[in-house]
Write a protein that binds this ligand. Structure first.
Ligand SMILES: *[C@@H]1O[C@H](CO)[C@@H](O)[C@H](O)[C@H]1NC(C)=O
Ligand SMILES: *[C@@H]1O[C@H](CO)[C@@H](O)[C@H](O)[C@H]1NC(C)=O
Ligand SMILES: *[C@@H]1O[C@H](CO)[C@@H](O)[C@H](O)[C@H]1NC(C)=O
Ligand SMILES: *[C@@H]1O[C@H](CO)[C@@H](O)[C@H](O)[C@H]1NC(C)=O
Ligand SMILES: [Cu+2]
Length: 180
């Protein structure tokens, strides 16, 4: 019958749409932060309080905007962040005037400006990039037991594979319901 076959296609299509939707929600939503917001990267802003106003997640991006040669951006160790002495402990140097730093590790990041006096003057901050951890206790998980948490670096891929397993398990259930 035409009616039932339409339902059948819907039960196949809906999980795919649901997967796409959850992809958009959870993966395309890496946040891009302009350091200092409207103030951008300069010597008049308190970056400690800027950094405290946000929660940073794996995959988020920091954008440093400033006049090239008036400032720069060094990712440094905690000790160098504290001392403002960049003769050691420099991890990465940026100086393009519009530097995009992707937070691709779960760790603490420390940034300073290495123009003399700027770091001590307040052009420095530390942030922690966290795992935006997946809630493993969804309502479906009780239906499908023994979902083992996959250990992937990429929390997004992890999320998708987990959602997909749930959806894949619901397809036969959907077909069953509409065919009977
Ligand atoms: C950051 O996370 C903490 C704890 O999870 C929460 O209390 C706080 O409201 C969050 N802040 C922002 C700006 O989202
Ligand atoms: C920075 O550290 C180096 C080596 O630790 C030292 O020689 C130098 O004097 C320090 N600079 C300042 C401005 O303290
Ligand atoms: C997850 O489920 C277990 C067992 O049902 C429960 O004990 C636990 O509190 C739940 N955790 C969360 C974060 O909801
Ligand atoms: C981050 O997530 C991965 C995969 O979900 C997990 O293996 C790891 O332990 C998590 N790290 C932290 C610090 O929570
Ligand atoms: Cu500077």
């Amino acid at each position: 019958m035409k009616g039932t076959s339409l339902f059948k296609y819907c039960t196949l299509l809906l999980p795919i749409l649901a997967l796409l939707y959850s992809f958009l929600l959870n993966c395309a939503m890496a946040t891009v932060y302009t350091v200092g917001d409207q103030e951008e990267w300069n010597s008049q802003t308190n970056y400690a309080s800027w950094a405290e106003a946000y929660n940073f997640s794996l995959g988020d991006v920091l954008v440093f905007r400033y006049v090239k040669e008036q400032h720069n951006v060094y990712e440094v160790t905690k000790d160098t962040f504290r001392s403002c002495n960049a003769s050691s402990g420099v991890l990465i140097k940026y100086d393009s005037g519009e530097d995009r730093v992707k937070l691709n590790k779960v760790k603490k990041y420390w940034f300073i400006c290495d123009i003399p006096g700027h770091c001590l003057g307040g052009m420095r901050f530390g942030i922690e990039a966290r795992n935006s951890t997946i809630a493993t206790n969804s309502t479906y998980d009780t239906l499908i037991p023994h979902i083992e948490p996959t250990t992937l670096d990429n929390s997004c891929r992890n999320y998708i594979s987990e959602r997909w397993r749930v959806i894949r398990n619901l397809i036969p259930l959907g077909l069953l319901l509409f065919n009977l």
